[in-house]
Design a protein around this ligand. Structure first.
Ligand code: Q9C
Ligand code: ZN
Length: 334
């Protein structure tokens, strides 16, 4: 199976995230990619597809902000990573935003996703990795894996969050549409709800979004991913959310997965994008399912039975020592 990764995805290393009222060491560390690479062996570097497929999904103002944010942070006399501290909950939408702090609030959903001097490059090349994996599948390969880091599924058209800046899965899905796939399904099996992906395709009927995740009544990202969210307008019914309780083991997980796979079969897509997070793992330090290493083969095997051309995009997974093995098990199931 083709694996895509760019070394420029490594340098992004935010120091801290806001957690339970204080700043703690950031969970989304460069060692994640190193551990996956060590388990997989060779990966090839992505082809540069430029900005167009990124701005086909993301707001141009947001992309410009992301690219310039850390320079603006330094120009404002700050040091370290750029993070917001005020969010426009009841906002004036007519006031042009000038200060970096105002922009950080406008374009982010949490304080867990700092912008470093290397964030733009890493995010850009993660998106290019997803696009290059898509190329392989469009050229006839059955499955390709994009080792995206930073991850993407929490990033919306105009916001970052949840350790995500550019939505790699959404960018690949849109690029698949633009390359002629008429219907694309995204299956999100990260522990957390893929709120950014859901938002991006919320009112569309050409991209189906299905997600299995920790119940947002008790888990991040709280404001999305509830079972009654089904899409809107022509997109009504093209979003499927399957929230699951803490402690979910493989049997109930496979039962929920079966529901998602049935819905995807009914949608009859030409192409599948899998947002794969290994944070469903029993020993993940920030998540609460009980999926074991050997279970990933079974999960992937069930997905592979769809027999669709598939692009697998890396999302979360924070038990760094076990991450590479869990990813390798998942990919072997394909
Ligand atoms: N410290 C992905 O798995 N957790 N993102 C915040 C408060 C945020 C995870 C909890 C988790 C985001 C791609
Ligand atoms: Zn996650």
């Amino acid at each position: 199976m083709r694996m895509i990764f760019d070394p420029r995805q490594i340098a992004h290393a935010p120091a801290l995230e806001m957690h339970n009222g204080g700043w703690t060491a950031h969970a989304e560390v460069p060692g994640r990619a190193a551990n996956i690479l060590a388990a997989l062996g060779e990966a090839s570097v992505p082809v540069d597809h430029g900005l167009a497929p990124i701005t086909a999904v993301h707001d141009a103002g947001y992309v410009a902000f992301l690219e310039a944010a850390h320079d603006r942070w330094l120009a404002a006399g700050r040091e370290g990573d750029a993070v917001g501290y005020i969010w426009p909950v009841a906002r004036r939408r007519d006031v042009p935003l000038d200060r970096i702090d105002a922009l950080l609030g406008r374009y982010s959903m949490d304080a867990g996703t700092p912008i470093t001097g290397d964030t733009w490059d890493a995010s850009y090349w993660a998106a290019q990795s997803a696009l290059t994996a898509l190329d392989a599948v469009l050229a006839g390969e059955r499955t390709a894996f994009a080792l995206c880091r930073p991850p993407g599924h929490h990033a919306g058209a105009d916001y970052l969050g949840g350790y995500c800046y550019l939505n790699n899965a959404a960018i690949a899905a849109q690029a698949a549409r633009d390359a002629g796939a008429e219907r694309v399904a995204i299956l999100d099996v990260d522990y957390h709800h893929g709120n950014g992906t859901q938002d991006i395709f919320w009112d569309r009927d050409d991209v189906f979004f299905a997600s299995l995740h920790g119940d947002p009544r008790i888990d991040y990202p709280f404001y999305w991913g509830h079972a009654d969210e089904r899409g809107e307008g022509v997109g009504d019914g093209a979003t499927l959310n399957l929230p699951l309780p803490h402690g979910t083991t493989i049997a109930p997980y496979l039962a929920a997965l079966d529901q998602a796979l049935t819905a995807i079969r009914d949608f009859a897509p030409d192409m599948l994008i899998v947002s794969f997070g290994a944070d469903t793992y029993e020993a993940d330090p920030i998540s609460h399912f009980a999926i074991r290493t050997q279970d990933y083969v079974e999960i992937a095997g069930a997905i592979a039975k769809l027999a669709l051309p598939s692009v697998i995009v890396m999302e979360g997974g924070y038990a760094v020592e076990a991450l590479g093995v869990n990813v390798a098990e998942f990919l072997s199931g394909f």
